[in-house]
Design a protein around this ligand. Structure first.
Ligand SMILES: Nc1ncnc2c1ncn2[C@@H]1O[C@H](COP(=O)(O)OP(=O)(O)OP(=O)(O)O)[C@@H](O)[C@H]1O
Ligand SMILES: [Mg+2]
Length: 258
């Protein structure tokens, strides 16, 4: 593979080829090329999701491991919102405010936040690489098919719902009490269901608790989650969840100190 043109040939699906020029600006092509050259993946196979801010593809590496490649759009229309989450995060205080810089910082932020999740043993995709606006991570799928979101799943029985609620509380508590991190966009849209296990994704907007709006974002996360479970028939108040998160946090701290 010598040039970005060669790289383009590696895309195996017609649909991907068709949208190639729409989706990939030259910068993204060069970035993908550089990541592929370093061995983070070999072929980008097909589109998993196309959204407002990012496109997610399934890729495969030489050892036939699947990877999720998330490409943040540089010309994203909502980039001004991104700035709100970056300002006030001491990790990104030197970021310049051009669209490109903000999007690059955003991708890096998701990579770091995913790394923090892994360190806290909170269920999230393992990040493998980030460069400019491209993030490579573990592909959350079954038999090569991306797992559905909690939103896309139908009804769940009470026992399953109780377990999902417990896993959600555990996730929030692990990142909060072990890493001082708040997801800040937690909802049934950003949770994948792998078998009976929940995997929490899309954490680019996650902030540290030192961020001036961290508490507001935390409360919004808890509200989204309790509303979801209540709608599903597992009645949980905001106060219930706060209590459960605190309790889970105490247990984690206790285990950490022993
Ligand atoms: N690691 C992954 N493994 C498998 N599928 C993934 C992975 N990450 C993301 N996806 C798929 O891509 C979709 C969008 O991902 P994500 O939520 O991270 O992006 P987003 O920022 O919400 O994008 P947008 O808001 O622009 O749609 C997810 O709902 C899921 O279907
Ligand atoms: Mg999302």
């Amino acid at each position: 593979m010598e040039s970005p043109e060669d790289f383009k040939k590696l895309f195996s699906e017609e649909k991907v080829k068709k949208i190639f020029d729409k989706v990939f600006d030259n910068q993204s092509i060069l970035t993908l090329h550089s990541l592929a050259k370093k061995g983070f993946f070999e072929t980008v196979e097909f589109v998993v999701s196309t959204g407002k801010e990012a496109h997610v593809f399934r890729a495969v590496d030489v050892s036939e491991n699947f990877r999720a490649v998330k490409i943040y759009k540089i010309e994203t229309s909502t980039f001004r919102n991104l700035a709100k989450y970056l300002e006030g995060d001491r990790r990104f205080k030197d970021v310049k405010h051009s669209k490109k810089d903000i999007v690059f910082a955003w991708a890096k932020k998701e990579f770091r936040n995913l790394s923090l999740c892994r360190e806290a043993k909170a269920s999230a995709p393992m990040p493998t690489a980030v460069k400019n606006n491209v993030l490579v991570m573990e592909f959350i799928g079954e038999n090569g098919i991306a797992c559905r979101t909690l939103k896309e799943h139908g009804e769940h029985d009470t026992k399953t719902l109780e377990d999902y609620y417990r896993q959600t509380v555990e996730f929030i508590a692990r990142i909060l009490y072990l890493k001082e991190l708040v997801h800040a966009d937690l909802s049934e849209y950003n949770i994948l269901v792998k078998g009976k296990k929940l995997v929490f994704i899309d954490i680019g907007q996650g902030v540290l608790t030192t961020h001036p709006s961290a508490e507001e974002f935390f409360k919004r996360d808890v509200k989204n989650i309790t509303e979801y479970f209540t709608r599903q028939g597992l009645e949980k108040s905001f106060e219930d969840a706060i209590k459960d998160i605190k309790e889970a946090g105490k247990m984690l701290k206790k285990r950490q100190n022993n």
